[in-house]
Design a protein around this ligand. Structure first.
Ligand code: FES
Ligand code: FE2
Length: 368
């Protein structure tokens, strides 16, 4: 079961064009394409005639034509043409989904269309802001999205899984300083202040003081690994349905970063939009924006290679984990202290799912 009345990232803007793009989202087959004026639309990917995938068809002007027997669908999902006949049988249409293009992403609403409110789309301002540049990507991960949320909250795994890029022994050995629920407090004064919304949320904070800079940060911040120490922070925020924003970075040890002065350091923002594909797989859209050395393509290449390598290590572990879970689905997890953020995120989703189910049941009762 997934939260439905939320905006999920369905695609990068550049992925959708005049060719139909098929993507399963929350276990539902969806097809997206652009009409003649460039607007993107999303349909259920199943023709109402004999249920062929509409994504096997083609875009003609504003419309989508099924590739099997040629039924033509208008952008609102209704059939407007059937080869060889003029009568359109009643009910000849497919479900459409609200789809909004913003911040370089296409956001889809899989729930009740009447509740779709565009103002609830998180403000990923970095993606459109000329003062920033970013590296970005898409990764298909064969694991439940909550395993990815766990992964992003429990960064002690950096020590063991990402030793060549962002991990060293300090992460695993430093407990979280705080885990805050349903508050904006943990993001005030951080890079996440603008994107964060005052909704059910979890924010976890870890500080590592006077440590050696890990390889990735030594390069991006220009620190000399042999003689300079850094203060390192990790601020991780979860917001439903499945978004995780990170403000991470390092500053010269003792230069005031814990008190809010980051002028002697580098901040990295990591945007993770996790869209469930099925119960065992996730579309992982990520960006890594920065507001320094904008023209430095070597640094961009270094970031892209570093993040790709790091996330492929995650994918390898997460998919192995999912295989073991599938083989023993009823075995419980043991929680440790570092899981506090991930467990709180799971609890929020469970609570909201229950509310959504209750709301749906009440709505169905009213309609009956
Ligand atoms: S299945 Fe689409 S036109 Fe027949
Ligand atoms: Fe990781």
């Amino acid at each position: 079961m997934f939260l439905r009345n939320y905006w999920y990232v369905a695609a990068w803007d550049h992925e959708v064009g005049q060719e139909p793009l098929a993507r399963t989202i929350l276990d539902e087959p969806v097809v997206m394409y652009r009409t003649g004026d460039g607007s993107a639309v999303a349909f259920e990917d199943r023709c109402c005639h004999r249920h062929a995938p509409l994504s096997f068809g083609r875009v003609t002007g504003d419309n989508l034509q099924c590739g099997y027997h040629g039924l033509v669908y208008a952008p609102d999902g209704t059939v407007i043409g059937i080869p060889g006949q003029t009568r359109i049988p009643p009910g000849s249409k497919v479900r459409t989904y609200p789809l909004v293009e913003r911040w370089r992403f296409l956001w889809i609403w899989m729930g009740d269309p009447a509740q779709a409110d565009e103002s609830e789309i998180p403000e990923l301002h970095w993606h459109d802001d000329p003062a920033w540049t970013m590296v970005s990507g898409y990764l298909h991960v064969g694991a439940h999205y909550q395993l990815l949320v766990d992964n992003l909250f429990d960064l002690t795994h950096e020590t063991f899984l990402h030793a060549s890029t962002i991990g060293n022994e300090h992460v695993a050995n430093t407990p979280l300083a705080k885990v805050e629920r349903d508050t904006m407090d943990g993001v005030r004064g951080t890079a996440l202040e603008r994107v964060a919304r005052d909704i059910p949320s979890v924010t976890a904070t870890r500080w590592m003081h006077g440590i050696d800079p890990p390889p990735f940060y030594a390069r991006s911040g220009g620190f000399d690994k042999t003689r300079e120490k850094v203060d390192r922070w990790q601020i991780i925020r979860f917001e439903p349905p499945s978004h995780v924003w990170l403000d991470v970075g390092v500053a010269l040890a003792g230069s005031g970063a814990p008190e809010g002065d980051r002028s002697r350091g580098v901040t990295h923002t990591v945007i993770d939009a996790l869209t469930p594909e099925t119960v065992g797989s996730t579309h992982y859209f990520w960006t890594f924006p920065r507001n320094h050395q904008l023209e430095d393509s070597d640094l961009s290449d270094y970031f892209k290679k570093g993040v790709d390598k790091t996330f492929l290590e995650d994918k390898w572990m997460l998919e192995g984990q999912q295989r073991r879970i599938d083989a023993n689905p009823d075995s419980p997890f043991i929680d440790i202290n570092a899981d506090a953020g991930g467990v709180a995120a799971r609890n929020i989703v469970a609570r909201l799912l229950e509310e959504e189910q209750r709301g749906r049941a009440a709505g169905e009762l009213l309609q009956a």
